[in-house]
Ligand binder design. Structure first.
Ligand SMILES: Nc1ncnc2c1ncn2[C@@H]1O[C@H](C[S@+](CC[C@H]([NH3+])C(=O)[O-])CC(=O)[O-])[C@@H](O)[C@H]1O
Length: 326
């Protein structure tokens, strides 16, 4: 819990101060319930990372924290070895003192698809729901966000985030946080300027309720950035796959882009539009040295990459923007 005290203090400087009525108790509940078998191991690993704050940081074009010349070769090898013990690394890539964490996903490609369309993040308070290890939080800071907050219930991703942030000077670190919470733990804050939800809607059993929970985090006039799997089809088409979709066991609703527009308009959002639709390629999601298990190529029909191995349309993702009315 003490690890979050600086964040609690930071919140008092923002329009999110009222979150403090709930947040300490929610985090305490999480700490009491969390008994991920590996949590202690990850905690020990984090404690072994060298205590060095990077002098060279670039968050604008990619996520580079530290330059290889800042540390002794032995220290860099130690960092690399410790970070390898936090595998699998799914969302990235990250460059840490010349160590290239080549993650399963080219999350930078997703960022590139949406960055020019969204309301500029300069000075904004942003929330990333289901942020994974926080790759996009760093890019949000690089785009000028005042405060970038992520929530994700995965213990491993929180550990990966903390490992990376441990190398960042306090003046920057205080503007970025990843909280181990699911969207269902969020009170209705009505306070963020921009809310991102990328790659989460299809994991939710009640997509309309999920969208409402995302909207509930926005201030009036704020922007929702929604990225999710879609199918081709009209406003009434939604795929609810069987027990697996591209081998994922927890996929519920894959609507068409026009159905998503309709859902957001039904929820009262304004200026709803689709700014990108892209079929996920096996270059964007693939097995790497930092994620050694199966990846997209193993989940597609080997004879027809336009289908999953279950026979559904292969993953295609859309980015939608919408504005909460004033
Ligand atoms: N209830 C929940 N509340 C919040 N997050 C959740 C919940 N359940 C699961 N997650 C988290 O949502 C993320 C989905 S991954 C997208 C990552 C990033 N956004 C990306 O766009 O690259 C997409 C995928 O791997 O299918 C994971 O990190 C989960 O832990």
């Amino acid at each position: 819990m003490a690890a979050y005290y600086p964040f609690f203090a930071r919140l008092t400087e923002t329009s999110l101060a009222h979150w403090l009525e709930h947040l300490p108790a929610d985090l305490r509940a999480w700490e009491q319930q969390r008994q991920h078998g590996d949590a202690r191991k990850w905690h020990r690993l984090l404690a072994q990372l060298p205590d060095h704050k990077a002098a060279h940081i670039n968050l604008k074009d990619h996520v580079q924290i530290g330059d290889a010349r800042e540390l002794e070769a032995g220290q860099i090898a130690r960092i690399e070895g410790l970070l390898q013990q936090l595998m699998p690394w799914r969302k990235g890539p990250f460059d840490l003192f010349g160590v290239h964490i080549d993650t399963e996903w080219r999350s930078d490609w997703k960022w590139d698809r949406l960055a020019s369309h969204i309301t500029p993040l300069q000075g904004r308070t942003v929330l990333d729901i289901g942020c994974g290890s926080g790759y996009h939080l760093w890019r949000m800071l690089g785009a000028g966000a005042d405060l970038a907050v992520g929530i994700d219930p995965s213990h491993l991703f929180v550990a990966q985030f903390r490992a990376i942030r441990s190398f960042v000077p306090e003046a920057l670190a205080r503007n970025i946080e990843l909280l181990p919470l699911g969207i269902e733990h969020m009170p209705k804050l009505t306070a963020f300027d921009t809310v991102f939800s990328m790659g989460v809607l299809y994991h939710r059993r009640s997509p309309i309720d999920f969208l409402q929970q995302c909207i509930d985090q926005l201030r009036p006039g704020g922007e929702l950035v929604l990225e999710t799997l879609v199918i081709d089809g009209d406003v009434n088409q939604v795929l609810v796959p069987g027990s697996r979709y591209a081998q994922m066991p927890n996929v519920w609703f894959i609507p068409s882009s026009s159905a998503l527009v309709h859902w957001l308009e039904r929820l009262g959002m304004h200026h709803v539009r689709v700014v990108d639709e892209t079929v996920t390629s096996c270059d964007e999601q693939r097995r790497t040295a930092w994620m050694e298990s199966q990846s997209l190529a193993d989940f597609l029909d080997p004879n027809d990459h336009s289908r999953t191995i279950e026979g559904y349309p292969a993953p295609k993702r859309a980015v939608l923007l919408a504005t909460k009315p004033l």
